[in-house]
Design a protein around this ligand. Structure first.
Ligand code: URA
Length: 212
């Protein structure tokens, strides 16, 4: 993993290989979804690397020992609807006990600001670490709005995980929330006039769910 200014690019060969296969325009919905699942599991592994641990006593069949387990309340994955849902299953494979929250935002066509239409979180958020997931960090506007809303709940920490980022989105999120680390598999060249990442992989939601 290469890290710079709280931006972590997960450059593991397996991650990079799967991402390349997902970019191909002729990848089927089935293979796109399967690859995203596999990638999300690999990314969850990196994102949870610094989770706090505690020592507990366990009895093995032979003797008693102290051994490590993850400390604190269950982690929360927060999916930004709808494409974020494509990342959840792979992450939950690695952290099966995690809680899940959902946040739905749309862009108001007049003001171009993010408007919340759905927000459902587990309890006791003030004692939890949050990992926000959305495959594409494009303009960064929905990521900024989601993090802003989640900060109202005063969680212990917030991380942001995406598959692909545009430099514009990284800057927007970092300027607004410098305390939120960003994890991504790649930072692509730029955004086009329609807010799509170039070279990118197209519309992540459409490719995950087979809509167009
Ligand atoms: N959302 C997508 O699904 N794709 C992009 O390229 C940008 C935003």
């Amino acid at each position: 993993m290469s890290s710079n200014n709280n931006v972590h690019v997960i450059d593991h060969p397996l991650v990079q290989h799967k991402l390349t296969l997902m970019r191909r325009k002729d990848a089927s919905t089935n293979s796109f979804r399967r690859l995203l699942n596999e990638l999300a599991s690999l990314m969850a592994y990196e994102v949870t690397r610094d989770m706090p641990m505690q020592e507990i006593e366990v009895e093995t069949p032979l003797e008693t020992m102290t051994a490590k387990v993850i400390d604190g309340k269950k982690l929360v994955f927060v999916s930004i609807l709808r494409a974020g849902n494509g990342i959840l299953e792979g992450m939950l494979n690695v952290v099966p006990g995690a809680r899940v929250g959902h946040i739905g935002l749309y862009r108001d066509p007049k003001t171009l600001t993010a408007v919340e239409y759905y927000f459902k979180m587990p309890g006791e958020m003030e004692n939890r670490d949050i990992v926000v997931v959305d495959p594409m960090l494009a303009t960064g506007n929905s990521a900024v709005a989601a993090v802003e809303r989640l900060k109202e709940l005063r969680p212990k920490s917030i991380k942001f995980v995406c598959l692909l980022a545009a430099p514009e989105g990284v800057k927007t999120l970092q300027d607004a929330h410098p305390d939120v680390p960003i994890y991504t598999a790649a930072i692509d060249r730029e955004l086009n006039d329609h807010g799509y990442i170039l070279p990118g992989l197209g519309d992540a939601g459409d490719r995950i769910f087979g809509t167009k």
